[in-house]
Write a protein that binds this ligand. Structure first.
Ligand code: ATP
Ligand code: MG
Length: 491
């Protein structure tokens, strides 16, 4: 039974790949996200073809292919310059075997019919196949109807489908955030019922969906839905603890809503993943650091940025984020409380913030501050004050903030008579500490004289001076955490 015929805008390269399959005597349909996107006039992210040919038969038809997975998917290398078309995936019709672990089928079985293949797909809007030559649309599960209604609904019984693969629950939230579709009511009831099964999903798969939720245009709405349906606690449980945690009088929202609004602003600005993650987690230490101040008659959150940075580090590690991404986010959170009143802040304080967070991330720290302010419900970050602070940052950046920018280097110190070795590094760091306090000292003459003074010091004393600056920040963290733990009687 074929549905009405339509012509959709399929790139010629993809049409040719389908032609080749047909010339080999096989069927060829476009399927999944690309068909859905064509029907709603959205740019497809990639192109997937499905066929009754088996992997070896697919490989035999094309010059350059690769096949390195358990799902039968063959990657076809094309000559296209478009990165989305360089490799097009062709997958045999599949029918999924039994699932006994809520993660993946016990075995992958190929099938001879497109109908079987569509049945195993997650959502009705993702279960439409399109034959590019005839224009036939195979839509056995009401996909086009659901596109019209703008809903995400499972193919078949929601709880059954979620017990096969629990990740589908998170995919429903992600796809609804990307497309601005609602989750259909039986499907959302099914999510609420099956939420706990998300526990069984690998953290990498959860992370990939979380990233796409955060990078969507409406992460706040999506995470509220995830929270309401009970799956957020299997993504970032710490966020759940921020619900209902009231803040001080300067805030109208609880910690959770503040985080959501901060994140949404980062999305509205189209800022990168690191800022979105930092906005999402910047106050994650608040529930654990909240204390009532009888003098102020208000809540205080002293040290929450230190606690929060630690928590974020663990959260991102647990979700297997790349170390570099995690390090950036953690550092943004650690320093997000920086003092930024341009009328009162000193240049050397600005300089310290830049050293702490790194020259490459200072702009992101300022953007995080903007998210933070907007997230409190204030209409905007006062732009003139921010610009003023930004100009101080620029000014400070011209001054040294690493040993590399000192008007002296290791080889010069060796020339002055210091033997090569760790002492040279200690001298450089000790000089940097001085220059951070007073940039005027960054002259060859001053640094040379001072190097001679340092050279007279015993190892122990010099090492102490040199490592002091480096270690100071780490120590400050330790002390603050220790104090907090004692205060709260937690160890
Ligand atoms: P996009 O291309 O925007 O990522 P997509 O819908 O193509 O969206 P993919 O992850 O590329 O998402 O998956 C391709 C297709 O494979 C989906 O449209 C769906 O039909 C099917 N699919 C993907 N993951 C699952 C799953 N966990 N369970 C069932 N079907 C799935
Ligand atoms: Mg896709």
């Amino acid at each position: 039974m074929s549905d009405m015929e339509t012509k959709l805008a399929v790139p010629p390269v993809v049409e040719e790949l389908c032609d080749t399959l047909r010339a080999g005597g096989f069927e060829a349909y476009l399927v999944g996200g690309c068909v859905r996107d064509l029907l709603i006039d959205r740019e497809p992210k990639d192109w997937d073809i499905t066929t009754n040919a088996k992997p070896e038969q697919i490989q035999a038809l094309y010059e350059e292919t690769f096949y390195e997975n358990d799902f039968g998917t063959v990657g076809i290398v094309t000559e296209s310059d478009d990165p989305r078309l360089k490799v097009v995936e062709v997958t045999p019709y599949r029918i999924e075997g039994k699932y006994s672990n809520a993660r993946h089928p016990d075995e992958v079985k190929f099938s001879d019919t497109i109908d079987d293949d569509l049945k195993r797909r997650d959502f009705t809007i993702n279960a439409i196949a399109y034959e590019p030559e005839t224009g036939e649309l195979v839509d056995k599960h009401g996909g086009r109807e659901d596109i019209k209604r703008r809903v995400v609904a499972t193919v078949g019984n929601p709880t059954e489908r979620f017990s096969e693969d629990a990740l589908r629950m998170l995919r429903a939230v992600r796809i609804s955030a990307e497309l601005d579709f609602a989750i259909e009511s039986k499907t959302s009831a099914g999510i609420a019922q099956s939420a706990k099964q998300l526990e069984k999903i690998s953290r990498e798969r959860v992370r990939d969906e979380l990233i796409r939720i955060l990078m969507s245009p409406r992460p706040m709405q999506a995470l509220y839905v995830a929270q309401k349906l009970g799956i957020l606690q299997y993504v970032i449980p710490e966020l759940n603890d921020a619900i209902g945690v009231d803040q001080n009088q300067a805030h109208s929202f609880d910690v959770f809503e503040h985080l959501m609004r901060s994140l949404q602003h980062a999305a509205d600005k189209n800022w990168p993943l690191e800022i979105r993650l930092a906005a999402l987690l910047h106050d994650i230490g608040k529930p654990a650091s909240r204390r009532w101040s009888p003098e102020k008659k208000d809540w205080t959150f002293h040290g929450h940025e230190v606690v929060g940075a630690r928590m974020a580090k663990n959260i991102l590690k647990d979700l297997r984020f790349p170390t570099e991404t995690a390090a950036t986010v953690v550092s943004l959170i650690r320093w997000h409380m920086f003092f930024s009143d341009p009328d009162e802040v000193t240049l050397s304080a600005v300089r310290r913030i830049i050293t702490n967070v790194g020259t490459e991330h200072i702009k992101e720290l300022l953007n995080l501050r903007i998210c933070d302010r907007i997230g409190t419900g204030r209409p905007k970050e006062q732009p003139f004050r921010l610009r003023k602070y930004m100009s101080m940052v620029d000014e400070a950046m011209r001054d040294p903030i690493s040993v590399a920018m000192l008007k002296i280097d290791g080889s010069k110190i060796i020339k002055l008579g210091e033997p090569a070795g760790p002492r040279v590094g200690w001298i450089l760091h000790a000089l940097l500490e001085e220059v951070l306090d007073d940039p005027k000292k960054n002259t060859e003459e001053y640094l040379e004289t001072h190097t001679r003074d340092f050279m007279k010091l015993e190892n122990e004393q010099l090492q102490k001076l040199g490592e002091q600056g480096k270690e100071r920040r780490e120590k400050e963290d330790e002390v603050e955490i220790q104090k907090l733990r004692e205060k709260h009687h937690v160890s």
